[in-house]
Every structure is written in structure tokens, then in C-alpha cells.
Design a protein around this ligand. Sequence first.
Ligand code: HEC
Ligand code: HEC
Length: 355
Amino acid sequence: MLRRAGVVILFALLGGCSKKVHPYFQEPYPAKLSAWKLFAGQPAGLNPNVGVVPYDLNTPLFSDYATKYRFVWMPPGTSAVYNATEAFEFPVGTIFSKTFAYPENGHQRLLETRLLVRGKTAWTTLPYVWNDAQTEAVLQVAADPTVVHWTHPSGEKYTIDYVIPNVNQCKECHEKSKATVPIGPKARNLNRDFQYAGGRANQLAYWTRIGYLQGAPSPGQAPRAAVWDDPGTGTLEARAKTYMDVNCGHCHNPQGTANTSGLYLTASETGLMRLGVCKVPVSAGQGSGDLLFDIVDGKPEESILLRRMDSIVPKIMMPELGRTVIHREGVDLIREWIRSRRSLRGECKATSGSL
Ligand code: HEC
Ligand code: HEC
């Protein structure tokens, strides 16, 4: 009798499993996004399955004005460990997904879903590309660009060759000391409210409540990044620095892929020279044009940093990956910030490179 009950329970568990998220910890990873069972119902609806939690960031990475949907899942009974400044420490089996979409012809078109999966020893990056019918996304390590049409809030119409990064390019941004890592899930960028199906809540408090996060202080005690385009959330300087933290800081830090530039654009950086003020670039040439310094206080038009953001020319443009158009509003923010700065040292001197 007991034995039969056991069999029935096992059967029920197995049956239930098919409706749950299916993690893969190692190769071979499934060719189809649907195999992970992150979403329930119609695939393009992105309705999160049990335990799949949507989240937003105070300030996101700019990606050609695409709409992005972010979700996290952790194996039942596991949780991330809080860190006040770095990305949290996530358990083996964690799955992050980020889906890129554009409104097109009156409905939403999903282009790609990127997964970042914590395997037994390291994080893996997996780019899935949606089919035209929007019924499935397929793993493609090097997808072709795809034509996308959209309208900027100003009314201007864009047609772009949307570029899906290949799997090797993921690590140019997601690399820290040569290891692949998550970028967004940091206390300062998650510390905001989210409208969950069950009501509005602060994300740090919610993750703690459902057991996804350990060791977090109350949201009021945790750091909080400004929202780059909302002056109510921070000064011009705070918003400019947050913008650079999220859009540049993952490469421009001592452990990132732009470490040799000596230009460090993270939220915690306070050294003026390392932030680019009166800094002579490591390599002159095309990226600098005929300008001498990354930032000249009060003079955006003389600042290489702005020139490189305000470009789509390969070898000049920054970030060098992940966009094909200029982020006009982002450029405006950084221009305004540089203009507002009053140099304490006066003009930059051509010899000040080693300050
Ligand atoms: C241009 C730099 C860049 C490239 C290239 C890039 N990412 Fe990211 N990615 C980011 C940044 C910055 C964030 C966090 C900010 C955000 O989500 O807006 C992020 C967030 C993510 C997230 C959400 C979890 C997290 O780390 O915040 C996933 C999943 C992800 N990326 C996967 C990928 C995959 C897979 C690739 C390669 C196909 C890739 N990314 C290529 C910069 C990049
Ligand atoms: C995908 C990684 C990556 C991202 C993201 C990125 N950069 Fe860079 N950046 C580099 C690399 C690599 C170099 C060194 C080679 C060069 O100068 O082109 C560099 C160099 C620079 C330089 C010259 C610095 C010097 O002193 O030599 C500036 C200025 C710059 N980046 C600005 C930015 C800004 C502003 C952002 C964000 C809006 C940004 N970058 C985002 C990789 C990146």
C-alpha cells in the first residue's frame, strides 16, 4: 500500500515537472528556447512560468531603442547572496533571460532572447533568435543582422540592420577578470519598485520575500542608482555617472575588456583623471580625431568621450558593440554634464596625461 502511494507521488512529481522550468547545466544546450520552459502559454506572450521573476533596472543599457524584457529564475530552495556594490553571487542553475523587441506594424516583434546561465563551474551565454512566425526562438551562435523599422518618439522613422551579437561578443561586455559574469543585477540598479502580477513592490524586498535573495538590508539602506532620464531621481552629475556606469562601466573598469585604456567609468570611480578629465587617450588616431583629451571640463565639443558616443563609425563609436544608431538622449545628457563641469585646475595641459 505504502509502496503504491510512493509510486503515485513519484508519478505526480514527474508529471508536474513538465510544466516547470527545465534548467540545463552543461552542453549540449537545447536548440529551442521553449525547451527551457521559462514561459507558459503562447511563446511570444513571455508569460513567466512558476518561479520566473520579471525585473527592471533603474538605468538600462541603451540598445538601439529596443524594448527589453528581463527575467530571472533560480532553482527551488536556492538564493543569491547580496553585495552592496558588485553583482550578487548567484547559485548554480540560475537563468537570466533578456528579450529584445520592437513595435512593428501595430504589434510587437520579438527579435532575440539572450540567456545567461550559471552552470556548475561558470556562466554560459546563449543567444536565441525568434522566427518570423514568433512561435519559437532558435539558438544561433552567429546570427545575421535583420532589418527592423521603428519610430523614434520625435516621430522620425528608422530602418536599421539590427545586429544580434555573436556568442563570442557577449564576453566583450560580460567579462570580468576573464570570467563571464552578470552585469545588471546589482543592488543600486535593482533598488526600485516593480509592478508584479500580485501588486507593486520594491525588487530587493520582493526577491528577499520569495527567497531569491539573502543578506539584503531594507531598500532604504541599500544603494540606489539614479534613473538616467528622470531629474527627480538624481542630479545631472549622478544621472550622467549612472548612465556611464551601465553603458560603459562593464568594459571600462580595471577587470573589464577596456582595462588597458585606463578610463574607468563605473559608479564607484571618483578619480577625475580615471573618469577622463584632462586624460590623454592611450592611443590617439581615429577615435580621438584631432582632440587631445577624453573630457575637457565645460567643453563638450573638445571632449573625445562625447565625440565617440556621438558616432556610428567603427573604430570611433563607443560602445563599440551593441548599437547601430546614436543614443541622442544619452549624448545630450553627457554633453550637458560636461558643459556644466567647471574645471578646478583650469585648462587641460597637453602634458597632464600622467597626473
Ligand atoms: C554592448 C555590451 C553587451 C553585449 C555585447 C552583450 N551584453 Fe548582455 N548585458 C549588457 C549590459 C550592460 C547588461 C545589463 C543592463 C541591461 O540589462 O540593460 C546586460 C544584461 C544581460 C542579461 C541580463 C542579466 C545581466 O547580466 O544583467 C543577459 C541574459 C545578457 N545580457 C545576455 C547576453 C548575451 C547572451 C550576449 C551575447 C549574445 C550579450 N548579453 C551581449 C551588455 C552587453
Ligand atoms: C564593449 C566594451 C566597451 C564598451 C561598452 C565601451 N567601451 Fe570605450 N573602449 C573600449 C576599448 C576596448 C577601448 C580601447 C581602444 C579604443 O580606444 O578604441 C575603449 C576606449 C575608449 C575611449 C578612449 C579612452 C582612452 O583614454 O584611451 C573613450 C573616450 C571611450 N572608450 C568611451 C566610452 C564611453 C563613453 C562608453 C559608454 C558610452 C564606452 N566607451 C563603452 C571598449 C568599450
